[in-house]
Design a protein around this ligand. Structure first.
Ligand code: FAD
Ligand code: DHB
Length: 392
């Protein structure tokens, strides 16, 4: 098999890049380890930046966003009963869209199916044979599919296979520098068929730790509480979850919160991670394969999308303008924005969580910073500008 771009990973990064390539007449194939149902079963991000929406539009993806998406012009930040609203529109003239990653992925699968763009599911033992060695002549990806070993000859490989995928490992250890920070807690999340407690998201700090009130639509809510990573989600009864959430959000919301049975419950680790560089020879890392943020600023999926944008622009320059040198600057360009989203996610995480060494002094500092946010316009503008998404 021959193609121009071999995309490893059929999550949002790989599917979006594949669809953009297809639209531009660049030949691409997507290789995904799991079944489509498995990929669609993962409940993850919920907040999209405008840049992401523009990319979906450019890729000609018909979304169901006009029916299922919710533009949000602001968010609440609280500390116990103290609340402040960050007005995105006032500070940036822009907003974000609440629309689940599951829906985005479904839209992308449907768009690819409609145009006959190839996605090979349930592939195994993906191996990038010569990413760095064969700079002049392309490279080969070997893969087992439907019981047969196949070789895919390509010009470039896009490693869109998430944090645990093989692409990053294909860069020799002495050619990459990994920066990592693990946070000593996780987010226990539930999905419940109940109306959201508020029409905007609430990021809540409290002496008991962080909580987030989010949503998917008027009858489907997503809530998170900071919890020890060692906790088994199944050991958390729904009643225990609701009780803990109520203790962490402002009383006026705790009193009106509608509770019900959870339909999903899971624990997500919090990690900051960057791999430099994001390219090696003919291999280009995209999204979670190259970097991870703690979810506090809703930046994981959105930063994956900005990588897709930069790689797509380089591929267009290479194939449509016959300027292959454009590929050389991908990592440098993408990393500049990556580090800014790392900074923002790290800052939001520090502002809102209880760390093992958070003492009374640190709690007062967190509260003072939230009060500072409430009173200083430029502090609100910093948060709003980052939250709605830095320009590409
Ligand atoms: P992924 O979504 O990880 O997709 C990678 C794909 O590659 C997967 O489909 C995987 O099956 C496939 N793959 C892996 N190995 C191979 C292989 N060997 N061969 C072929 N295919 C392979 N972000 C937010 O902004 N907000 C959130 O609330 C949020 N919550 C999250 C909760 C959890 C539990 C997790 C794990 C992440 C969360 N994120 C969140 C992050 C966000 O979901 C990711 O940033 C986003 O999924 C990145 O997309 P991706 O396509 O780069 O990687
Ligand atoms: C959601 C997740 C986030 O990490 C976030 O910052 C906002 C919303 C969500 O799942 O809805």
């Amino acid at each position: 098999m021959k193609t121009q771009v071999c995309i490893i990973g059929g999550g949002p990064s790989g599917l979006l890049l594949g669809q953009l390539c297809h639209k531009a007449g660049i030949d691409a194939v997507v290789l995904e380890r799991r079944t489509r149902d498995h990929v669609l079963g993962r409940i993850r991000a919920g907040v999209l930046e405008q840049g992401f929406l523009r990319l979906l539009d450019e890729a000609g993806v018909e979304t169901r966003m006009d029916r299922l998406g919710y533009p949000h012009d602001g968010t609440l930040i609280s500390f116990e009963n103290f609340e402040t609203r960050i007005d995105f529109r006032q500070h940036t003239g822009s907003s974000v869209m609440v629309y689940g990653q599951t829906e985005v992925t479904r839209d992308l699968y449907e768009a690819r199916e409609k145009v006959g763009a190839p996605t090979l599911h349930e592939v195994a033992d993906v191996e990038i044979v010569n990413a760095g060695l064969d700079e002049a002549g392309g490279c080969t990806v070997s893969v087992t599919h439907e019981g047969q070993r196949k070789e895919i000859r390509c010009d470039y490989v896009a490693g869109c296979d998430g944090f645990h995928g093989p692409s990053r490992q294909a860069i020799p250890a002495d050619k990459r520098h990994e920066f990592e920070k693990l946070y000593p807690f996780g987010w226990l999340g539930i999905l419940s068929e109940t109306p959201p407690v508020h029409h905007e998201l609430i990021y809540a700090n409290s002496t008991r730790g962080f909580a987030l009130c989010s949503m998917r639509n008027e009858t489907l809510s997503r809530y998170y509480v900071q919890a020890p990573m060692a906790d088994d989600p199944q050991d958390w009864s729904d009643a225990a979850f609701w009780a803990e959430l109520k203790r962490r959000i402002p009383e006026r919301f705790a009193e009106t919160l509608v509770t019900g049975p959870s339909i999903e419950k899971s624990m997500a680790p919090l990690r900051s991670f960057v791999c430099e560089p994001m390219q090696y020879g003919r291999l280009f890392l995209v999204g979670d394969a190259a970097h991870i943020v703690p979810p506090t600023g809703a930046k994981g999926l959105n930063t994956a999308a900005s990588d897709v944008h930069y790689l797509y622009e380089a591929l267009k320059a290479c194939y449509l303008d016959r300027d292959p040198a454009a590929m050389a600057t991908y990592s440098e360009t993408a990393l500049r924005r990556v580090w800014k989203t790392q900074r923002f996610s790290w800052w939001m995480t520090k502002l809102l969580h209880r760390f093992p060494d958070t003492d009374d002094y640190e709690l007062r500092i967190q509260r003072a910073e939230i009060e500072h946010l409430a009173s200083i316009d430029s502090a609100q503008a910093m948060l709003a500008t980052n939250y709605v998404g830095l320009p590409y």
